[in-house]
Ligand binder design. Structure first.
Ligand code: NAP
Ligand code: GLV
Ligand code: GLV
Length: 348
C-alpha cells in the first residue's frame, strides 16, 4: 500500500482534540474498544506501523519490535513505561516518549485522597451511612464512632522523591506532616529546605520511622518487590502504606499477610501486580484497605494534557525534530528523528 503520510496505530481512544491534530501529519487508526487490542492484533498493526501510541497495558517487547520493520517511534500515554523494552528500542533506533509532568498534580492529589481515606476511614464511614447502619446505630454522634488518625505531626516517608513524590510532600506539608524520604539520589539542600526540611534517610530508617509510607518510584528491576516481608515487618504496627506507583514495587502476598496479621494498620492502593484485580483476590476480603482502579492521573485536565503531549511528541518526530519528552536520548546516536520516505509529502 502506498501511503502519503506515516501510519500511527493508537491503542485506545484519547480525550480532547489531540487525535484530530495528529491527523494533519499521520494516517491515524484508533482502537476504540475498552479492552486493549489482543496481542495478535497489536503485532499485526505494528508490522505496518511507522508509529505507535501505546498505553501501559500494551507490551512493546523484542518480539513486537523485531516484527515492526517500519516502526520509528512509540509514544506512551503515561509517565511510566515499564511495558516497553526501552534498551532494545534504543538499539533498534526506535524513539520512545512518555508524558511526564502533566499528570504530577493529579496523581499527587489522588495520593493525598487515598492517604486521607485510609487515615480517616472514609470508605467505612460512607458504607456505614449508605447501608443504613447509622440510622440503626442509636445516635447521630458518638465519641467513639469511627475514630481514625490525625495527620498533624505525623511522619510521611516518601520512597522515590521525583516529580510526584515532591508534589505529595508539598501537599502533606499543608497538613502539618514531617517529611522524610528515600530516593536514588539525595535532593540539593535548597530543595530539601523548600520541602519543609525533608530529611534524606535509608530505606530501613524510613520504614521504621514513618506513620505513612508512600511509594513514588518507577517500576524497574531495582524497585520490583522493593517492599516485601522483611520491609513490612520494619514498619510500625500503627503505620499505613500508600501505593500509587506500580503494584509490583510491593510483594502482594507479603502485603496481604502483613494486613491480615496486623503487622501494619492498613494500605491504600491504586495499583496492583495484576490489573484488574481479579474476583476473589485476598485484598478484596480485607477491611483495612482502600482500593482504587489505577486512577492516579484520571482527571480531565491530566488526561487531556497527556493526549496533547503524545500528539506533540509524534508531530515533532514527523517534522524531524527531537520529541519534547524523549525517554531514550541515546537513540539520537542511532537514527535522526523523522520519517525519511515521507519528507517530501510533509514539505508540500
Ligand atoms: P520521576 O519524576 O522519575 O520520579 C521517580 C523517582 O524515583 C525519582 O526520584 C527516581 O530517582 C526515584 N527512583 C528510581 N529508581 C529508584 C530506586 N531504585 N530506589 C529509589 N528511588 C528510585 O517519576 P514521576 O513522574 O514522579 O512518576 C513516578 C511513577 O509513578 C511512574 O514511573 C509511574 O509508574 C507512577 N505513576 C502512577 C500513576 C497512577 O495512575 N497511579 C500516575 C502517574 C505515575 P532518579 O531521579 O535518580 O531516577
Ligand atoms: C500511569 O500509571 C502512568 O504511569 O502515567
Ligand atoms: C462536632 O461536630 C463538633 O462540633 O465538635
Amino acid at each position: 500500500m502506498v501511503r502519503r503520510k506515516p501510519y500511527v496505530f493508537v491503542t485506545r481512544e484519547l480525550p480532547g482534540k489531540a487525535l484530530e491534530r495528529l491527523g494533519e501529519y499521520y494516517e491515524v487508526e484508533v482502537w476504540r474498544k475498552i479492552p486493549p487490542p489482543p496481542r495478535e492484533v497489536l503485532l499485526e498493526k505494528a508490522r505496518e506501523a511507522d508509529a505507535l501510541a501505546t498505553l501501559l497495558t500494551d507490551k512493546v517487547d523484542k518480539e513486537l519490535m523485531d516484527q515492526a520493520p517500519r516502526l520509528r517511534i512509540v509514544a506512551q500515554y503515561a509517565v511510566g513505561y515499564d511495558n516497553i523494552d526501552v534498551a532494545y528500542a534504543t538499539q533498534k533506533g526506535i524513539y520512545v516518549t512518555n508524558t511526564p509532568g502533566v499528570l504530577t498534580d493529579s496523581t499527587a492529589d489522588l495520593t493525598m485522597a487515598l492517604l486521607l481515606a485510609i487515615a480517616r476511614r472514609i470508605i467505612e464511614a460512607h458504607e456505614f451511612v449508605k447501608k443504613g447502619e447509622w440510622s440503626r446505630y442509636g445516635t447521630g454522634w458518638h465519641p467513639m464512632l469511627l475514630l481514625g488518625t490525625e495527620l498533624r505531626g505525623k511522619t510521611l516517608g516518601i520512597i522515590g522523591m521525583g516529580r510526584i513524590g515532591q508534589a505529595v510532600a508539598r501537599r502533606a506539608l499543608g497538613f502539618g506532616m514531617r517529611i522524610i524520604y528515600y530516593s536514588r539520589k539525595r535532593l540539593p539542600p535548597e530543595k530539601e529546605e523548600e520541602l519543609g526540611g525533608a530529611k534524606y534517610v535509608s530505606l530501613e530508617e524510613l520504614l521504621r520511622q514513618s506513620d505513612f509510607v508512600s511509594i513514588h518510584t518507577p517500576l524497574t528491576p531495582q524497585t520490583r518487590y522493593m517492599i516485601g516481608e522483611k520491609e513490612l515487618k520494619m514498619m510500625k504496627p500503627t503505620a499505613y502504606i500508600i501505593n500509587t506507583a506500580r503494584g509490583a514495587v510491593i510483594d502482594t502476598n507479603a502485603l496481604v499477610k502483613a494486613l491480615k496479621e496486623k503487622w501494619i494498620a492498613g494500605a491504600a492502593l491504586d495499583v496492583f501486580e495484576q490489573e484488574p484485580l481479579p474476583e476473589g483476590h485476598p485484598l478484596l476480603e480485607l477491611d483495612n484497605v482502600v482500593l482504587a482502579p489505577h486512577i492516579g492521573s484520571a482527571t480531565w485536565e491530566a488526561r487531556t494534557a497527556m493526549a496533547d503531549l503524545v500528539a506533540e511528541n509524534l508531530i515533532a518526530f514527523a517534522q524531524g525534530r527531537v520529541p519534547p519528552t524523549l525517554v531514550n536520548p541515546d537513540v539520537l546516536k542511532v537514527r535522526k528523528p523523522g520519517f525519511e520516505e515521507y519528507r517530501e509529502d510533509l514539505e508540500e
